[in-house]
Design a protein around this ligand. Sequence first.
Ligand code: ADP
Ligand code: MG
Length: 410
Amino acid sequence: MRPDIPTLLHDIFGFPAFRGVQEQVVGRIMAGQPTLAIMPTGAGKSLCYQLPAVALDGCCVVISPLIALMHDQLRAAQAVGIRAASLTSVDADWRETQDRLRNGDLDLLYVAPERASGEGFRNLLRATKVALFAIDEAHCVSEWGHDFRPDYRLLRPLLDEFPQVPRLALTATADHHTRDDILVQLGIPREGLIIAGFDRPNIRYAVHPRDGLPRQLSALIAASEGPGIVYAPTRAATEKLAETLTRTGRPTRAYHAGLDPAVRAASQAAFIASEDMVMVATIAFGMGIDKPDVRFVAHAALPKSIEGYYQESGRAGRDGEPAQAHLFWGADDFARARQRIAELDPARQQGERTRITALGGLVETGTCRRAILLRHFGEHPPATCGNCDNCLNPPASIDATETARKFLSA
Ligand code: ADP
Ligand code: MG
């Protein structure tokens, strides 16, 4: 059996979590759905096809406009052990690459659009199991775009010859003329359009010191309509909390990887269909669950990283309607993190310490939470967002004590 997506993400690419819309895009591709992903530069577009390329049976054909770009990506992919090759005028190993393609021995193949649209290449693909077409820098297909490449227009017949193969177009160019044109030119339905940017303006962020968690969560659930997810740190904690929270009268279930697969599948299906269920889960719950109307996500304890927090809280409000993210934390979370880190391979300790310190900054700040999250992802947000606890209720004095750091170094 192939490892699951989160395992591949971690073991091959070395990332603790998806960022932004990556999870959604990868989920769509794994489900065979045509997609146009608009993601800012640096958002991690390559992963959106490289991960499915590894997970899916067959080869992912990547159309990319520049040989230099292709070779950069090729080296990076090969460096993490992905079976990748390119067919360009400067590659000497054409015969070998063609054999590997036909033998099912490649995960990724990079080609330029003029090559991809040619009859020779199409013949080669007829003898190949193709898993995915990824069209990088897809704005090149549009005359509206800043970089029109007529060769991109020739791709459509190739894509259409393999109608069962999903197509993923990627670009950082977001203006709506170009966007609409890409959809039309590449035959992607409008519902396949996914636009990133790290900000989730409809999510209201709030952070609370833990102080009688069951009571705090019950109050939150009583005040929140619609489905919600409560992330708890351990399997035992999910079951215990779920039992307590049932008393709120809301349908409540526990979910973790230790449950029987049939039970998990049933709970997941019930949650997706529900308009008011509360799922108390470990982070095993989430990937591939595309439920747009989740109204709140609560963390019962400190997550492992800001990336993880962003990804998990980001499951709230995918429909764009108001949603809430609540993080409950206590000093003991930091103590536990310190313990966990001490048991790690020394090479990994510094990185983990940095992650926890970053989380300390998020929970301890008296300033805008959103600004801290977005800056973490390289954006330059305004100083206040108007939709987090600190912006809505500025703390009287900014308590910038460094509890996190103190607990870590104690
Ligand atoms: P883009 O093509 O969107 O500009 P890239 O695919 O080149 O972005 O990725 C940008 C950087 O982000 C790379 O260094 C990549 O390793 C990193 N990256 C991608 N996905 C993640 C993730 N989930 N977590 C952390 N880093 C990531
Ligand atoms: Mg790129």
